[in-house]
Structures are given as C-alpha cells and as structure tokens.
Design a protein around this ligand. Sequence first.
Ligand SMILES: NC(=O)c1ccc[n+]([C@@H]2O[C@H](COP(=O)([O-])OP(=O)(O)OC[C@H]3O[C@@H](n4cnc5c(N)ncnc54)[C@H](OP(=O)(O)O)[C@@H]3O)[C@@H](O)[C@H]2O)c1
Length: 277
Amino acid sequence: MSGDRGGESAPGPGAGPSDVFRLDGKRVLVTGGTRGLGEQIVRLLAAAGARVATCARTAGDLGALEASLPTEEPGAVFTEALDLTAPDRLEAFVQAAAERFGGLDGVVACAGGARGRGLEEADARDWSATWELNVGHAARLVKAAVPHLRRSGGGSVVVIASISGWKPGPQAQYGAAKAAQIHLAASLARELGPDHIRVNAVSPGSMLIPGKRWDRMRAEEPERYARFTAEVPCGGLVTPLEVARVVAFLLSDASSGISGAHLPVDRAQNAPTPNGY
Ligand SMILES: NC(=O)c1ccc[n+]([C@@H]2O[C@H](COP(=O)([O-])OP(=O)(O)OC[C@H]3O[C@@H](n4cnc5c(N)ncnc54)[C@H](OP(=O)(O)O)[C@@H]3O)[C@@H](O)[C@H]2O)c1
C-alpha cells in the first residue's frame, strides 16, 4: 500500500491532479460543492482539467470557492446559488451549465444530509425533507442531465450515498434515503445503459472534515474518538480527498467498464457510528 493515504485532514486548494485520472475536456456538474466532500470533488476535477459547475445555497461560499480555484481556462467554473429542493431550480441550473459548457459529460449528486434526529424525535417532515435532499435531488439531477449526456454520446453519473445506507445505524431516515440512493444508481444504470450513460454509487465512510462532527469529537472527546477510529483498520477515518479521487476515477474514461456498482470508500470501517452499529 502506498504511504500516501491522503493524510488525516482534508487538503484545501493544494489538492493536485498528479495522482488522479486526467479529465481534460470533461464537463461535470457537482451539487453541493462549497464544503466537505463536494468542495474536494470540485477542486480535484478542476485540477484534473475538467470544466465544473456547482451549486449551493450560500452565494458567498460559491464566490470564495471560485476565487480560490486556480483554473487555467477562463469560464472553466460555473456556480449558482440555489436551493436544490425548490421546484425547478436544479433543472434550470443543469440547463444553464450545459449551455455554458456546450454540453455535459458527467454529474455528481453530492449534496445530502439528514433532517431530524432519532425515530421518536423526527417527524414526517424530517423524513420527507431527508428523502428529498438525498434521493429526490439525485433523481431530478439525473433526469435533467440525461438529454445532455445523451447528446454527448454518453456520460458518467455518480451518486454520493453513505455507508449508513449500507449498514444500519441511526438516524433511520438518513440510512433509508442513502440505501435508496444505492438502489437508484443500480436501477438507473440498467435503464440508461443503452444510452452509454454509466451510473454508480459511492459510499463514503465517516469522513474527517474540519469543523464537522468527527473533527469536533476528535477535539472535544479524544478518548471516544480514539475508540471509534481504533475500529477502522486502515489507520483513521477516510478523508474527503480519498473519496474525491474515486469519484474522479468514475467520471473518467478509465472506469468505462463500471456501471451499476456500489463502491464503499471507508478504509474498511465496520460500523457508521462510534457506538459500534
Ligand atoms: N460527512 C460525512 O462524514 C459523510 C459520510 C458519508 C456520506 N456523506 C454524504 O456525502 C455528501 C457530502 O457530505 P458533507 O458532509 O461533505 O456535506 P456538507 O459539508 O454538509 O456540505 C453540503 C453541501 O451541500 C450544499 N447544500 C446543502 N443543502 C443544500 C440545498 N438544499 N440546496 C443546495 N445546496 C445545498 C451545502 O451548501 P449550503 O449549505 O450553502 O447550501 C454544501 O455545499 C452528502 O451526500 C452526505 O450525506 C457524508
């Protein structure tokens, strides 16, 4: 195994293209590209030569991202502030990105997350909001992108699920939505295969992201964090860069034989929670 495991913390603007598949000329749309995994994917794709469109609700974060991306080609990055759960906004953004780039070769459904807490605290709105943010947005994204991917002669779709959709753990509304994303990808791979559109699901393990849950646990509850990460045999939690590299591979022509697959990227993490389930 290479000594480079991506490090214990997520790299920022310095993430370079040297160890990823080149994506020169590819036109890719990534949802939720301003923080965490989405940000790493956008940075890596741009560094690998792709033109990248991304969206998030916070305009200031999109501006900061664009300003910090060292792109060689003017207009290689296209961003728009929007709530992708609002009717028609995501579809309009897909259309605008395709017009801006002259087509699309790939999309990544990365935005996601949970609404509400455990079963007895979460209400019906939490369940439907979690479904819409994860599964609904992914399905709408693919539907809006298909005509553009078809015109490009095919393309690659990556749905970011989670090991919580693969192995059980609270919050159930999140795991159920993530499991549905894994199934969605496999089903759409069969449906869109004749159009040379590949669809795969990637399930990150618990990612170490600066300021987020596991990073806070590392700072505030170091003993609990040590017990949790001791369960990960490959040396600590997976980083967003390690997951982004797999996404870049799936978007590249080097992965042309892979469709309908579910790829956990979790350093063999056995359980998605520090409680062992
Ligand atoms: N973090 C983990 O350990 C982990 C583990 C397994 C799987 N995952 C999955 O990996 C993906 C990324 O997770 P993350 O933790 O990196 O995400 P994050 O840090 O919470 O970032 C989410 C991104 O999506 C955007 N976003 C959220 N809601 C949106 C909405 N309604 N409309 C438009 N943009 C929206 C956010 O920007 P704004 O807030 O400005 O809108 C941000 O850019 C998710 O699908 C998550 O379920 C995460």
